[in-house]
Write a protein that binds this ligand. Structure first.
Ligand code: NAD
Length: 517
């Protein structure tokens, strides 16, 4: 099988994005720092080395922080709508580079080209959202208890925002954070996943061009690269008031403690264990599309991927057969070939975790009903292509309680009322995305009520994956409690200040306290 992106084509993609194949990785905005240590970026699509990215030393990090801190002094003084104009220009550049960046996302991370384009579209959408928001960073006014006094609350920029991101959304998560942080007057230092470093370089080039064209300080957007140790530079750094970290719950627990230890703020977007409840009133056709896309899209590597189908016993066999049938039609292969539905896992470590999950579910008493397995041979040389698998399981199995970041779907049966399904759904440590398939209004409303789903996202007649940027995104419990993207998520990137102004010649004290001199 011939790969859709040949070495020559990827060279062209990198060229369009201004990414050289070596020695980029630490950027103080416009300027790149050189270093002698590298991370290799290996494509899971064909196992080829795409390029090398230099890692950030502690000394380079200090330079980055100096530039960012300096830039903040200028950036925070620029009126928010003018900052919005810079974000608008960034969105325009993304529109120009959408195909190239989408192809790089697909080739470096392994998601389908369509999903790569979708990720860049999400970046464009959040830019548009942030531009409008730049004129709406409003506080409140309230009545003072003292005569001749005025009271109000306003929001100010925080400073340097640190962003740590995961491999599975190598560009969008950064933009959810930066687009909002920038209009709020913050500057950003980003450490992308060490598994997708070239996506980071490409994004940095795009914003650096905008900053340069507008004669703005380079440190408004900085890039650092490396593994968790480079991430730790930021979590331990009290010059960074907010660390936004996206990744595993394991990582989030460490980051949360580190940042809390210095009384900084963290915004955590961690693992999910998302379920779709299928009730007797579900539209089966819609259920199958939602469940299959949710389970195998991005090869099961979305934080919102569907991992559990909780099906009522009366329709269990019907739903099971329909989903199993749909799996027979899946085409697995190069994600840049648009005929394929499922691309590779990110690396062979992920393949090992997928294999372990399949072994464990059987050990715990589950039954595999769609066989998994690692593909080999022509077109599968990277060793990262696996068959999406389905297992019948019990909700309490340890492996079902765990987020396996791979295309393994567990079928769980429930009896009786929808409450029983909601209890199964909520009875996991994670709380990101959830869905119910039903045409029964009572069931839908119970699912959405305060006694319903305990997740940050709860959908009716839509699967668990694929959120729009307009709503706040994030989850509860071990998912970390953070909210990013739409709605009022911008407030996390600002500090809040209450102001009271006395326009009289008296100085009355609050609560009527007397203090006469
Ligand atoms: P990961 O936790 O292995 O790594 C994520 C990032 O954290 C990387 O940049 C890594 O270098 C950094 N990191 C790891 N340990 C660190 C430490 N101690 N200090 C500072 N930085 C550290 O996650 P991954 O494998 O890249 O991504 C998959 C995970 O991310 C899944 O659990 C998925 O559910 C989650 N995710 C969540 C969301 C969300 O919005 N909730 C979105 C995307 C991904």
């Amino acid at each position: 099988m011939e790969t859709a992106v040949s070495t020559i084509q990827i060279a062209e993609v990198l060229n369009q994005l201004g990414v050289s194949q070596e020695n980029q990785g630490t950027s103080t905005g416009i300027n790149w720092l050189s270093s002698s240590n590298y991370i290799d970026s290996i494509s899971p699509v064909d196992g080829q080395l795409i390029g090398k990215v230099s890692t950030t030393s502690k000394e380079d990090y200090e330079l980055v922080m100096k530039t960012a801190t300096e830039a903040f002094k200028t950036w925070r003084l620029m009126p928010a709508p003018q900052r919005g104009e810079i974000v608008r220009q960034f969105g325009e550049k993304l529109r120009e580079k959408k195909e190239a960046l989408g192809a790089l996302v697909s080739y470096e991370m392994g998601k389908s080209y369509q999903e790569g384009l979708g990720e860049v579209q999400e970046m464009i959408d959040i830019c548009d959202f942030a531009v409008g928001l730049s004129r709406q960073l409003h506080g409140f006014t309230m009545h003072s208890e003292r005569p001749g006094h005025r009271m109000y609350e306003q929001y100010h920029p925080l400073g340097v925002v640190g962003i740590i991101s995961a491999f599975n959304f190598p560009v969008a998560v950064w933009s959810w954070n930066t687009a909002l942080a920038w209009i709020c007057g913050d500057v950003c230092v980003w450490k992308p996943s060490e598994k997708t470093p070239l996506c980071g370089v490409a994004c940095q080039n795009i914003i650096a061009e905008v900053l340069k064209e507008n004669n703005l300080p380079e440190g408004i957007s900085c890039l650092i690269n490396g593994d968790y140790q480079v991430g730790e530079y930021m979590t331990k750094d009290s010059r960074i008031p907010l660390v936004s970290a996206t990744g595993s719950t394991r990582m989030g627990k460490i980051v949360a403690q580190e940042v809390a230890g210095r009384l900084g703020r963290s915004l955590l977007e961690l693992g999910g264990n998302n379920a779709i409840i299928v009730t007797p009133d579900a539209d089966i056709k819609m259920t199958v599309i939602g469940a299959v896309f949710g389970a195998v899209g991005t090869c099961g590597q979305r934080c919102t991927s569907t991992r559990r189908l909780i099906i009522h016993e009366s329709i269990y066999d019907q739903v099971k057969n329909a989903v199993v049938d749909a799996y027979q039609q899946l085409r697995i292969g190069n994600p840049l070939d648009e005929a394929n539905h499922v691309g590779p896992l990110i690396d062979t470590d992920a393949v090992a975790m997928y294999n372990n999950a399949l072994t464990q579910v059987v050990e715990e008493g589950g039954q595999i009903i769609v066989e998994g397995g690692v593909l080999s041979g022509d077109g599968y040389e990277s060793g990262c292509y696996v068959k999406p698998a389905i297992a019948e399981a019990k909700p309490e199995f340890k492996i079902v309680q765990h987020e396996t970041f791979a295309p393994v779907l567990y079928l769980l049966k429930y009896a009786g009322d929808v409450e029983n399904a909601i209890e199964i759904q909520n009875n996991v440590a994670q709380g990101l995305s959830s869905a119910i398939m039903t045409n029964n209004l009572r069931e839908a409303e119970r699912f959405l009520s305060h006694a319903g789903s305990d997740c940050g996202i709860a959908n009716v007649n839509i699967g668990t994956s694929g959120a729009e940027i307009g709503g706040a995104f994030g989850g509860e419990k071990e998912t970390g409690g953070g909210r990013e993207s739409g709605s009022d998520a911008w407030k996390v990137y600002m500090r809040r200040q209450t102001n009271t102004i006395n326009y009289t010649t008296e100085l009355p004290l609050a609560q009527g306290i007397k203090f006469d001199l």
